[in-house]
Write a protein that binds this ligand. Sequence first.
Ligand code: BG6
Length: 369
Amino acid sequence: EKGGYPNFMAKEINEQPHAVADTLLGRTDETGRLVLDELRISEDDLRAVDKIVIIACGTAAYAGMVAKYAIEHWCRIPCEVELAHEFRYRDPVVNERTLVVAISQSGETMDTLMAVKHARELGAKVVAVCNTHGSTIPRESDAVLYTHAGPEIAVASTKAFLAQITACYILGLYLAQLRGGTYADEAQAVMKDLHEVPAKIQQVLDGLDRVREIARFMADTRSVLFLGRHVGYPVALEGALKLKELAYIHAEGFAAGELKHGPIALIEPGQPVFVIVPSPSSEHGLHGKVVSNIQEIRARGARTLVIAEDGDEDVVPFADVVIRVPQTPALLAPLVTTVPLQVFACELATAKGLDVDQPRNLAKSVTVE
Ligand code: BG6
């Protein structure tokens, strides 16, 4: 069942090129236009949407945070992301023109389900982004966009995360296409880029021996920090979550810009810090700022583990370790930069002798509030 892998998690991490490719499959016609027949919400209703609210828990919420950057950029529709259990109890501003996107691998998470029901009571249209056919959240939603990651057995989510980002991107690009004009042109261009991502994920997977070696070496580590900016910020949060869930190590993710406002006080000699570096060619121009952050923490003794694009030489003088990922458009980068962090957590937990598929105290789907 595990296909020769030591555990389901290792198998699922390695299935990610397929998880993304299969989620993209059949969503465009021969001209490259997105066709989402399954989205049973009328084009008129979708055109009327003036606000998007993404609700989810855990890893799925981080997929939502990534999607917010992309959806607002592509569609110019305000997009919020909220933990489902907070949304439900907070008197949120939601109405008929709000599109609520509920992300859930299992489709059974009670917190998310309750938030879906609440959103519909308030008149919103709800689209579920879900990996499990016939599950409750899609049934209780107006429409569903399935992620085709295949069954995810390991409790902590890996391939479903990449598939959730992919599905949310498809939804965002579809909304952009509905807006027409330059929005539609960009949607087509991004779809082309997305189709190149599975091969890039494979390339990352093929080059992770050094990450595995480092993870094994770090089995006694007490605390690890993760820094990222723009879409790298939710990736940092997800990297930290994987380490907590799998290896029971205290880990925190921060927005790199926040470093100077507090977290830099945590840096002491030997503190391991992963930094997710944006592409030097990103139009947001944040590369230099993040490189400066690496320099700042290194000067205070941090052990810097830097995830950077092929050809980015600026990071080299300040990195104890450079983990390379292929050149990828800025908004698609999470689909490649997350992978080394998953492998790191999985390998470190394995080195500690832990059960990576069934971490203590966790359940695959939490069906109580
Ligand atoms: C948690 C799982 O209980 O629920 C996480 O341990 C998961 O891995 C979260 O991300 C949300 O689950 P789902 O099925 O709603 O995506």
